[in-house]
Design a protein around this ligand. Structure first.
Ligand code: MN9
Length: 309
């Protein structure tokens, strides 16, 4: 099974909600167009950013379908199907294959913690076998699932029972482990970086692609970072990363994903707020967020035309 060979920036997409908190599918197409114009080369749907875990399965299917249609084959769409019920996860994976998604990805169950690589492999095999024609990416995010397993051991064992295992969305901060995964068996797996505030370090370590939430609002900044590194301008690359760190630090002073959705609204895309248990921003918070982002120059350096260092 071929991987997607992802390169560059993949947006972990937001799920647009309306004022009642229902999924607002008509906003997906303009969101996708905006992302592609800003330099994003792939879409990761219903992950942590897209609140997959807070949606019903019917909603997840509808969101996945809408993104696949909106992308229209222009960029690959990866559908995240992880669920505490493996039966539900299987249905979502099967659905992703039916609607023409490009790949399936899944977190492991997290209420009952997965503590053994054998159990992780079995869980992923169950899910991946429901979409046997699609490449499968394990979504490793120990901070949220609570499963801090030996990922290398998973890569060693996985292929025997998961023939379509092609890679990992690696959302942890262990660059050394990430490097090992990338280099495993001569680079067999498509290992994709998931921690936006450390993109520069990951690229230095060998990352070819990154999936993240902040590529929704600042893809041009990260595009400059990648270009600067490619031409050997490490100073400029560091400036870009440092801006990203400041931006994320600012956003994290508010409920993080709701704050990022507010930034999308500031840029003309009304994607609503987040579902409980995530928090929301009051009108005063939104004003404060905008002021703080303005004070670090975000509205200048996150734009495509911006080119000074
Ligand atoms: O997986 C995202 N992780 C979560 C990707 O949302 C938990 C990242 O893109 C982070 O949001 C980002 C900011 O911390 O690195």
């Amino acid at each position: 099974m071929n991987s997607l060979n992802l390169t560059g920036l993949v947006a972990a997409t937001y799920t647009p909600l309306d004022s009642k908190g229902d999924v607002n599918t008509p906003v997906v197409r303009p969101m996708v167009d905006h992302l592609l114009e800003s330099g994003v080369g792939g879409l990761y749907v219903c992950g942590s950013t897209g609140e997959g875990i807070s949606l019903t399965s019917d909603e997840r299917k509808s969101v996945a379908h809408t993104f696949v249609e909106a992308a229209g084959g222009r960029v690959p769409v990866i559908v995240q199907v992880g669920h505490n019920s493996l039966a539900e996860a299987r249905q979502l994976a099967e659905h992703a294959q039916q609607i023409g998604a490009d790949a399936v990805s899944a977190t492991c169950p997290s209420y009952f913690k997965v503590t053994e690589v054998v159990a992780l492999t079995e869980c992923m095999a169950e899910i991946a076998s429901a979409a046997p024609d699609l490449p499968f990416y394990y979504y490793h995010i120990p901070a949220l699932t609570g499963s801090t397993m030996d990922v290398m051991e998973f890569l060693r064992r996985g292929p025997a029972s998961i023939p379509n295992l092609v890679g990992i969305k690696y959302t942890d901060t262990k660059l050394h482990e990430f490097q090992q995964c990338l280099e495993f068996n001569g680079g067999q797996f498509d290992v994709v970086w998931g921690c936006d505030e450390m993109l520069l370090g990951a690229l230095a370590t060998g990352a070819r692609a990154a999936i993240g939430s902040t590529y929704n609002i600042a893809a041009p900044l990260y595009g400059q970072l990648i270009a600067a590194l490619a031409r050997g301008d490490l100073d400029k690359a560091r400036i870009c990363q440092s801006r990203s760190v400041a931006m994320i630090h600012t956003l994290k002073q508010f409920p993080f994903h709701a704050a990022m959705k507010s930034v999308l609204a500031m840029n003309g895309l009304d994607v609503g707020g987040c579902r409980l248990p995530q928090g929301y921003l009051t009108e005063a918070d939104r004003v404060e967020l905008k002021n703080r982002l303005q004070s670090i120059g975000f509205f200048d350096w996150s734009q495509p035309a911006h080119n000074e260092t």
